[in-house]
Design a protein around this ligand. Structure first.
Ligand SMILES: [Zn+2]
Length: 143
């Protein structure tokens, strides 16, 4: 089982250009953090450089995969050709899907993470190195 690193997500974003890339982030809650341990790459159904959408069949596969390996869907990743801030469309979907939204900018090569909880809030990320968890690398996400 591979672990997630920010490098792998950045590589996914760069290799999907000129389109936006997307992936579901699988993990588990531990010590009041959301540890992101796996990524499940999704096809951008829009094939667009400025938006993304996901095929319901792909989503079903992702949820089945998460269930099989005993992880939850704790976040969604996608890339922007602009700065890593949620677009108006992103915010609409963030309100429906209150998980971590991780955005990578192929312009600035930086990540930002957000959650919707009454309003859009930026959340902090840190890297976890082997600390006795099942996977040596991941993104640690404070709740
Ligand atoms: Zn977006």
């Amino acid at each position: 089982m591979d672990s997630v690193t920010l490098d792998r997500l950045a590589n996914l974003a760069e290799s999907t250009l000129p389109f936006e890339s997307c992936a579901l982030l699988l993990g588990e809650e531990m010590h009041n953090n959301r540890n992101i341990l796996e990524m499940f790459v999704l096809t951008n159904h829009d094939r667009s450089p400025i938006s993304f959408s996901v095929d319901p069949d792909d989503l079903f596969c992702a949820y089945e995969h998460a269930r099989k390996i005993g992880l939850d869907i704790v976040g969604i990743f996608h890339s922007h050709p602009s700065m890593p801030r949620p677009s108006r469309k992103d915010i609409k979907f963030m309100q429906l899907n209150q998980i971590v939204w991780l955005i990578y900018s192929t312009l600035s090569h930086t990540f930002s993470a957000f959650m919707y909880s009454g309003m859009v809030m930026q959340v902090h990320m840190g890297l976890i190195k082997d600390e006795g968890v099942r996977h040596p690398w991941g993104i640690i996400q404070p709740l």
